[in-house]
Design a protein around this ligand. Structure first.
Ligand code: PGA
Length: 251
């Protein structure tokens, strides 16, 4: 594990975008695992800038998103399908048929989950997975639980997550209570993982993910076992860490 501590959100976004850009340059047909939420928005903006400047090309890139709310229409402005189109896909040359987001409206969610796993496998697995982290330590929508859920699955959202995500909705009652999410094994099978965190409300989750016991009660802690994971954290999110010491220990 490597931890890169940067000053602020802008620097975090730039670093993350450079890593994703490098991946697309080194392997133009990379399979990218993508995240939503506030955290990666700056990274997407940076990637769009690089694309517009002609530095990177998404023609052959395949993407799989981590998760989607259950039972929200794709054109609902809070759906992750809508988020990805408006914040990223519509501004780059990725092929629509190469972008994958779990279908939260599927009649048979179990089948949708199994099909999603198969599609990831058929594409050759994830080369690079981008993650955010919840205040409760969730990755994707893998919420604190008694066990790690391995594969793509239906999730009941944690109260904390519903509260946190209510900022995007008119009322807390409008936040879906369920979602479909890649599982922990799906994420852990990515060849490389970068996790982004910004803001003081993430400091405890970041501390526990790095130093804490590996437990499904803090899903991001499982990343301690991944062979190639980089945390990019801003000053506030890394406020509980001794970053120099960590880099020496984990490199
Ligand atoms: P946020 O969400 O980027 O909106 O803080 C992160 C997450 O829940 O993974």
């Amino acid at each position: 594990m490597r931890v890169i501590c940067v000053d602020n959100y802008e620097q975090m976004s730039q670093k993350a975008a450079r890593m994703v850009a490098s991946q697309t340059i080194l392997k133009p047909d990379s399979v990218l695992g993508l995240a939503t939420g506030s955290t990666p928005l700056g990274m997407y903006k940076e990637l769009i800038k690089s694309y517009e400047a002609g530095h990177i090309d998404f023609e052959e890139i395949i993407s799989f998103n981590l998760d989607e709310y259950y039972d929200l229409d794709k054109d609902n402005e809070q759906s992750y399908d809508y988020y990805m189109k408006t914040n990223f896909f519509n501004h780059i040359n990725i092929k629509n048929e190469n972008t994958n987001i779990p279908n939260g409206k599927a009649d048979d969610i179990l089948k949708e989950a199994m099909d999603y796993e198969r599609k990831i496998r058929d594409a050759g697995g994830l080369d690079l997975q981008v993650l955010g982290i919840g205040r409760n330590g969730h990755i994707g929508f893998n919420e604190p639980d008694l066990k790690f859920e391995a594969s793509t699955h239906m999730v009941r959202l944690d109260e904390q997550t519903i509260k946190d995500n209510s900022r995007f909705f008119d009322n807390v009652e409008d936040v879906p209570t369920k979602a479909i999410s890649m599982g922990v094994k799906t994420i852990m099978h990515a060849k490389k993982i970068i996790l982004l965190a910004s803001g003081k409300e993430k400091a405890d989750a970041i501390y526990e993910a790095i130093y804490g016991k590996i437990t499904p009660n803090l899903p991001a802690s499982v990343l301690q076992l991944h062979p190639d994971v980089v945390f990019i954290v801003d000053k506030e999110a890394s406020s509980r860490l001794d970053v120099d010491k960590i880099n020496k220990e984990f490199l």
